[in-house]
Design a protein around this ligand. Structure first.
Ligand code: HSE
Length: 380
C-alpha cells in the first residue's frame, strides 16, 4: 500500500522512520512539507505540492502537520477523493472531527486518530471497540506529557517551570506554541475527543472550562504532598441527571489513586464503565516514536481493512447537556482563606485544608476573602 505523509515534524518523521525500518508492506510515496531537509535520506520523496498526493497513486494519507488549516482542507479533499486518512492532530479532531467522520462515512473510507490522544497509548480503539458493551460512567486522564513532565520536575527536582519547559521542548514533547500545553488547551482537545467517543456527542473545546498549570505554586505542591499530588486532569463524567461534567484543571489526586503516581512525560487514562469498572491505560503521551507507533498502527488497520469502514462515529454537540462545573459538588484544596470549621474535611496546616464536598459557587460565597489557591480534588 502506498502512503503519503503530510508534515515532516516530530511525529511525521517518526512515522517515516518506522515504516522504513520495519517490513510492514507499506511504501512511503510522498512526504509533503514546505521546508527543505537537505541531506535527508528520504530526499526523493519530498514534495511541496499537495496535488501530488491528491491525484497520485496514494491509498492512505497521514496528516501530521498539526493545526486546523490547511490540515482540514487537505484531509477533507483526501477523504472526498476516496483515500483513507490517519491523523495525530488532536486540534483537527476536536474542532472538525464530526465533519470529517461524516465525510469519511459518505465516502466509505476510514478517518483514524489513535495518536491524537495519549501518544503511544492505545486508548481510542479500546474505548471505541473493546469497551463498547459498557455505559461509560467517566473518563479521567493525565492527557498532556509536557505539563506532567514540568510538574514532575518541579515536585521531584525543585526545577524551575522555565527550565523544565525547555527540556520538554528539546525532547519534542511540547506543542509549537507551548501555551497550548501549559494553559491546558491540548489536554482540553483530548478530553473532548474522549468525551465524544464515550458519550456519543461532539464536544467543542470552547464550551469546556480549561485551566492550566501556570498558577500552581511550589507551596501548594508541598502542602498536598502528604495526601497526594497535583496533576493536570481532564475529566468527563456523566452525572446522575444525564448532564456531562467536563473540564480540564489542576487537581489534587489522592495517593491511593493510580493517577497520582504517573510521572514525567507519561500519560494515563482511567475509564470507568458500568460493566468493567475502572480500566487504566498508561504510557508515553508524547514524543516522536511513541506517537508514530499509534499512527502506523492506524495505517496498517486501514491497509488491512481497506474495503471496510471502521465504525467510528458520534453525533452533533448538545451544549445544553454540559453541566456548569461550579455547580457540581466536589472536595477542594484551599490555601489562604478561612472557612467555617464544619465545612472542613482535613486540615493540612495553619493555612491550607481540604473541604467537605461543596459546589465551587457555594464555597466561594462562604470563604473569608479571595483564596491564594483553590484546587479541586480529583473525582476518581
Ligand atoms: N504537546 C503534547 C503533550 C504532545 O505534551 O502531550 C502530544 O499530544
Amino acid at each position: 500500500m502506498n502512503v503519503a505523509v503530510m508534515g515532516y515534524g516530530t511525529v511525521g518523521s517518526g512515522v517515516v522512520e518506522i515504516i522504513n525500518r520495519k517490513d510492514l508492506g507499506l511504501t512511503v510515496k510522498y512526504i509533503l512539507d514546505l521546508r527543505d531537509f537537505p541531506g535527508d535520506v528520504n530526499a526523493s520523496k519530498f514534495t511541496k505540492d499537495f496535488n501530488d498526493i491528491l491525484t497520485g497513486d496514494v491509498d492512505i494519507v497521514v496528516e501530521t502537520m498539526g493545526g486546523q488549516h490547511p490540515a482540514f482542507e487537505f484531509v477533507s479533499q483526501c477523504l472526498a477523493a476516496g483515500k483513507h486518512v490517519v491523523t495525530s492532530n488532536k486540534e483537527l479532531v476536536a474542532e472538525k472531527g464530526l465533519e470529517l467522520i461524516t465525510l469519511a462515512k459518505e465516502n466509505n473510507v476510514n478517518f483514524m486518530f489513535e495518536a491524537a490522544v495519549g501518544g503511544g497509548i492505545p486508548v481510542i480503539r479500546p474505548l471505541t471497540f473493546c469497551l463498547r458493551a459498557n455505559n461509560i460512567r467517566s473518563v479521567n486522564g493525565i492527557l498532556n506529557g509536557t505539563t506532567n513532565f514540568i510538574l514532575t520536575k518541579m515536585i521531584k527536582e525543585n526545577m524551575s517551570f522555565e527550565d523544565a519547559l525547555k527540556i520538554a521542548q528539546d525532547n519534542g514533547y511540547a506543542e509549537k506554541d507551548p501555551t497550548a500545553d501549559v494553559e491546558g488547551h491540548d489536554a482540553c482537545r483530548k478530553i473532548c475527543i474522549l468525551a465524544a467517543l464515550a458519550f456519543g456527542n461532539h464536544v467543542y473545546p470552547k464550551n469546556v472550562h480549561c485551566e492550566g498549570i501556570t498558577k500552581i505554586a511550589l507551596e501548594d505542591v508541598a502542602n498536598v504532598s502528604g495526601i497526594g499530588a497535583i496533576k493536570l486532569i481532564g475529566t468527563a463524567e456523566k452525572l446522575p441527571d444525564g448532564k456531562l461534567y467536563i473540564l480540564v484543571s489542576p487537581a489534587v489526586v489522592l495517593s491511593d489513586r493510580q493517577l497520582s503516581a504517573v510521572s514525567d512525560v507519561f500519560n494515563a487514562v482511567m475509564i470507568d464503565g458500568d460493566a468493567t469498572d475502572e480500566v487504566l491505560f498508561y504510557g508515553k503521551g508524547a514524543g516522536s516514536l511513541p506517537t508514530a507507533s499509534a499512527v502506523v498502527a492506524d495505517v496498517l488497520d486501514c491497509a488491512e481493512h481497506s474495503e471496510r469502514r471502521r465504525p467510528v462515529f458520534w453525533g452533533p454537540e448538545k451544549p445544553e447537556l454540559i453541566a456548569d462545573y461550579r455547580e457540581v459538588e466536589n472536595k477542594f484544596y484551599v490555601r489562604g482563606a478561612a472557612l467555617d470549621e464544619n465545612l472542613i474535611d482535613t486540615k493540612l496546616n495553619d493555612d491550607a485544608y481540604i473541604t467537605k464536598p461543596i459546589t465551587e459557587n457555594a464555597l466561594r460565597e462562604k470563604l473569608d476573602g479571595e483564596p491564594a489557591s483553590l484546587i479541586r480534588v480529583a473525582r476518581l
